[in-house]
Structures are given as structure tokens and as C-alpha cells.
Design a protein around this ligand. Sequence first.
Ligand SMILES: Nc1ncnc2c1ncn2[C@@H]1O[C@H](COP(=O)(O)OP(=O)(O)OP(=O)(O)O)[C@@H](O)[C@H]1O
Ligand SMILES: [Mg+2]
Length: 373
Amino acid sequence: MPSTRVSHLTKEFDTKIAVNDVNFELGEHEFLVLVGPSGCGKTTTLRMLAGLEQASSGDIFFGEKRVNDIRPRDRNVAMVFQDYAVFPHYTVYENIAYGLRSRRAPNALVKERVPKAAKTFRIDHLLGRKPRQLSGGERQRVALARAMVRDAELYLYDEPLANLDAQLRYQAREDIMALHNEKEKPSVYVTHDQSEAMAMGDRIAVMRDGHIVQIGTGAELYERPHSLFVAYFIGTPSINLFDVDIVPENGALFARHPAFSLEISEANQSALLPYVGRQVKFGVRPEDLHVPRMAPFAVTEFNQLQGVVNVIEPSSTGCAVYLSTLDEKAADYTATLRTRMPASYIGKEVPLAINMAKAHFFDLESERSILSP
Ligand SMILES: Nc1ncnc2c1ncn2[C@@H]1O[C@H](COP(=O)(O)OP(=O)(O)OP(=O)(O)O)[C@@H](O)[C@H]1O
Ligand SMILES: [Mg+2]
């Protein structure tokens, strides 16, 4: 049985539809990440789950129970807010304790839990301070500790790591996941950082303009995006995109661009047949471009792309190479290689082999995937 179910959830503010017919179910111990650009309705969705915002229509169920009309404090939900609202006149200790005290937790429990939560988020040396004596990142960790001391039925996080530096963010991510595993309750976590979503979510729901446009595991969204929007939003560096014509030749299909002609893999031919003579958007992820002699597939004349190297960015696993095609329009594209490319390649022309089995194609008008509609 799902622990939480949201059905046709909609929120209208005056003229603005902030959340539009959102549906999802949470497993009993699932970590769901809501991700999407600013203003797409992530915070509003969380606030409706917490009961801080009344839904305009649609239902929210916790287990069998419809909770739309249940007051926030009776929903037993713990939430970390985007603006980490902490009480300015309380000490860090009292701020963290607040989540417990407001539910009349016995003193012994407060004394046990507060130092533990503070230690988890590495603010145990700050327990006597007031929020104005803290940095933004420290305040954010107070807010996290305050939400996590409680035993709630559902945990909601609204971009709780936005103000932390990279190092602290990685630590806090791990702390949140450890607590999530300890508590064995469902969580909904909001971020607009897709790499954080990929790292943390059991499943990810991608939102746009109030809608969930796709929900699935990180691998599903990465490998089988249903739309151009999801393909572009998930993955860093972003997927490479080119407008190509679908052209038949010698019994095969080709994706033709002024700078290249690529043979469409057999598995994808039938889906692309209706597009013969038309233009489509061709997408290939940076990791699916390879140095030809290192490619994990047979390299032919029709799965290579020639381009000029603009920038080489070394990484821990190899490098990211930024190139442009050799036609007049000089379209930019990126390759992430599992090898180092010497700086002497900058300005030179290099061929890269494309794994056409991993290619994506999108309808230009609907922006829907032609392969995973
Ligand atoms: N109280 C309100 N009154 C009117 N419009 C609102 C209100 N709250 C939110 N909105 C609008 O609803 C839309 C969704 O807002 P929401 O805060 O849910 O976005 P978000 O996805 O959390 O964005 P961000 O990533 O910037 O935090 C926005 O266009 C916003 O301006
Ligand atoms: Mg928000």
C-alpha cells in the first residue's frame, strides 16, 4: 500500500495555476525528489502535503485517510523550509528542541535527541548561540536538525542544502540519507539541482509549469526521457542536440546534418520511418561520444562526427571536451571522455565516434520523444 498518494492535485492562486493536476504515490520508505526550474510548483506541492496550503482541487491521502481537511499539526509531517525559518530569539538548542516540545515530548527525549541531531549536522558546538550569530549554512543545518529530531510519518525538504558549500552539501546529503534509512519513512525532497536529484532519489519527478512531466528512477529519466525538456534537464553536461533530416539511403536510414550523416541503428529505424523527409531533433549524451580507437562499438564512416576542439576541461575520470561542428553554423557540442586529451588539441579538428544505439530523437513540434513516447 502506498504511504502517501496525491491525486489530481491542483493549486490556483488568483490567476496563476501553480500546481496543475499532479499525481504520484510514495512507497513506504521511498525517497522521492521533485526537481524542476524556478517557479514550476515544487514548494507549493510540498506546502499542500504539509497542510500549509489548501488544495484548490484534488486529494491527498496518507495511507487510506484523506488528509485535505486535516490541520498541519495533526498531519505529523516534518518539513525543512526553503528559507530555513528559524526562531530568531531562541538558541540553537531551543530551535532544535522546538519540533519535539511543540508535540509535548518528554524532557528526557529532548535531552537525548537534540544533542544527537546537532552532532549529526555538525552544529553541536553552536547550541548556545542565537540564529543571528550563525552563518546562512549553519542556520540551514539548524533547520534540518529541527525537522529530523522528530518521528514524523512523512519528511518534506524544500531545497535544504542550497546555502551550503560543496563539501558541506555532500556531508549533509549523506546525513539526510542516513536518517532517512534509520527512520524508514517516506520523504519528498525538492531541489532544482538535477545532479542532487540523481544522487539522492529512489525516483525523481520532473516538474514544469505546475505539471509532473515524467516520474521514474534516475536511470529511466536519463536513458529514456519522454520529452526534450527532460532529456535536456537531466544530465550534466547537457545532452547534445542537433536538427537533422531523416533520409533513406541503400535500405538504411540516416540522420543528416550539414556537418555529418549518421546511420540510425536498426532498433530505431521503424520508429523513425514516419519521419522520412522531415526534420527531427537528434540528441546524444556527451558520454556517448568516444575517441574512435577507444569506442566500445564498431566505428564506421557513418557514426562519426568531425569537429574543432574549443575547450578541454580535465575531470577526475578523464575530461570534458567542448567542440563545434565544421559547417557554417558551427553548432556546439560536448563530449565527456574517459581519457585525457592534451591541451595541444585545442583548435585542432578531431573525429569522435557516436554510439548510435544510445541516440535520442524528438518530434520538433510536440517535443515528445520519438523512441519513448
Ligand atoms: N502565495 C502565492 N500567491 C500567488 N502566486 C504564488 C504564491 N505562491 C507561489 N506562487 C506562484 O506559483 C508558482 C509556483 O511557485 P513555487 O513557489 O511552488 O515554485 P518553486 O518550484 O518552488 O520555485 P523555486 O525553485 O523558485 O523555489 C510561481 O509562479 C509563483 O510565483
Ligand atoms: Mg520553491
